[in-house]
Design a protein around this ligand. Structure first.
Ligand SMILES: [Zn+2]
Length: 43
């Protein structure tokens, strides 16, 4: 029954930057859909 949310999140595809397609590390939730570089550029 606890087919846990951990397993669910493991199976999610890696986030990708909507600008350059760079893989986004999960630690920065506030970054939205952009990688570090593009986030700085567009802001
Ligand atoms: Zn990017």
């Amino acid at each position: 029954m606890i087919q846990s949310s951990i397993e669910f999140f493991k199976n999610l595809p890696a986030k990708q930057c909507s600008e350059c397609g760079e893989k986004i590390e999960e630690q920065h939730e506030c970054y939205g859909n952009k990688c570090d570089k593009c986030n700085h550029i567009s802001n």
